[in-house]
Design a protein around this ligand. Structure first.
Ligand SMILES: Cc1cc2nc3c(=O)[nH]c(=O)nc-3n(C[C@H](O)[C@H](O)[C@H](O)COP(=O)(O)OP(=O)(O)OC[C@H]3O[C@@H](n4cnc5c(N)ncnc54)[C@H](O)[C@@H]3O)c2cc1C
Length: 387
């Protein structure tokens, strides 16, 4: 066994951290679990504490289900909703129904992240919760990571899994931060009559709203809107009534559903611009490496697959003394692009198309043709993933 790997296996022999993971969403948790199970000493730093809600449609493509089952990370005990049918409506509410060949499952991030957090603890991952990373620098083959309270930590590898937008993006001067993004995301959990196997994508002017079931018969209602809608309406409730309410399906839902949160969960400045998979030697995965538009419904599957890719690359690095950091960065960047660039580009085009009413109407009409519908779904979804 090589020196690098021995350092990881003999936890008690050294206090030196091999890997720091910044961010404990799906990408960060999975990466930490995979590395810890392989004997690497990992610390995961997350600014919040589990469990907590996130703005997310909470539909996970079955693309990753066999992989999650093989790792014991599929939340079978929560009986997630099994989803295989997409209903998509135009601004006026005209509906098309598409079958989703792979389909997916519905589970709240509140529960899934908590489950994986416990799995990570069992796997030997160390955690620093309620700790925000404010800076990361690399010099002399080590990273220095500084937390908000001034604590300094050091490690050989740092993995950036800090999601779509973090103060670290600003600190690292990432190019996508140079332009403001107009997209705002809003999420609720509600009670409302629903067919568990269905997911709906209801469109409205400059936005769309996903509706699907999560655990315990609750529904996730999550929408992405252009900030013009909010500006024009003044506040979220008025926007939901005047803009989303133009779509009769949404109008009914917002009037009749029982809302389970005290207030909506909101995030803004959601950017779909291309990002780099490696930035100032930090290895990015999940949304930190690239966010696919939510209408594709597979950001979480991509986060999971990118965590698999990255942990495989990091393990190769620790197992093989002749595999340099430069090789690690180059090989991971190549693999990331090969796996995700095409999907992201198609997702960006679809996102633009969904912004105009005419294109949206045409898409919904085309989707009525089973072949065309399948083609649209196929362009944005991966196939089942068996590493
Ligand atoms: C409106 C909307 C709807 C969506 N719907 C779906 C869907 O239905 N299906 C799907 O597959 N995908 C969906 N997505 C995408 C999906 O939510 C993401 O792709 C997925 O959550 C990415 O996981 P992640 O681990 O990369 O990031 P996240 O889950 O965002 O985790 C990042 C973590 O990093 C932490 N963090 C950030 N900065 C710091 C710091 N400085 N220090 C410490 N911690 C930090 C955060 O607190 C957070 O916990 C949607 C996205 C949006 C915006």
């Amino acid at each position: 066994m090589t020196k690098r790997l021995l350092g990881g296996l003999a936890k008690s022999m050294t206090n030196t951290l091999q890997v720091i993971v910044i961010g404990g969403g799906l990408a960060g948790l999975l990466n930490a679990i995979l590395l810890a199970r392989a004997g690497i000493r990992v610390l995961l730093i997350e600014q919040k504490h589990y469990p907590f809600h996130r703005v997310c449609g909470e539909y996970i493509s079955h693309e990753v289900t066999p992989y999650l089952k093989s790792l014991g990370l599929y939340p079978r005990h929560m009986a997630p909703a099994q989803i295989n049918t997409l209903k998509i409506s135009t601004h006026q509410g005209r509906l098309s129904t598409l079958s989703l060949p792979l389909g997916g499952f519905g589970i709240s991030r509140h529960q899934l992240d908590l489950f994986w957090y416990h799995q990570a603890l069992d796997s030997g991952v160390d955690f620093k919760l309620e700790s925000k990373v404010v800076s990361v620098t690399y010099s002399q083959k080590r990273f220095q990571v500084v937390l908000y309270d001034g604590t300094e930590l050091s490690s050989e590898i740092v993995k950036g899994a800090f999601g779509k937008r973090s103060l670290l993006d600003k600190y690292l001067q990432r190019s996508f931060m140079e332009q403001r993004s107009p997209y705002v995301g809003v999420k609720y959990h509600v009670k409302y009559p629903w067919e568990p196997h269905e997911i709906a994508l209801h469109n409205f002017e400059k936005g769309y709203c996903g509706v699907s079931q999560v655990e315990q018969g609750k529904l996730n209602v999550c929408y992405l809107t252009h900030r013009d809608n909010l500006k024009k309406s003044g506040d979220i409730a008025t926007m939901e009534k005047n803009v989303l309410g133009q779509n009769p399906h949404l109008n009914r839902l917002f009037q009749e559903a029982e809302f389970l949160f005290d207030q909506p969960l909101v995030i803004n400045e959601i950017s779909f611009k291309p990002k780099q998979a490696v930035e100032k030697h930090l290895l990015m995965s999940g949304d930190a490496a690239g966010l696919i538009t939510p209408l594709c419904g597979n950001g979480m599957a991509m986060a999971i697959r990118s965590a698999h890719l990255l942990s495989t690359s990091i393990l190769t690095y620790f197992k093989n003394n002749n595999y340099s950091r430069e090789q690690l960065e180059k090989e991971y960047t190549r693999a990331w692009k090969a796996n995700f660039s095409y999907r992201l580009a198609i997702g960006r085009k679809l996102q633009d198309a969904f912004q105009t009413k005419a294109a949206m109407d045409m898409l919904v009409t085309l989707a009525r043709w089973p072949l065309m519908g399948r083609l649209i779904v196929k362009q944005t979804h991966g196939s089942a993933f068996y590493p």
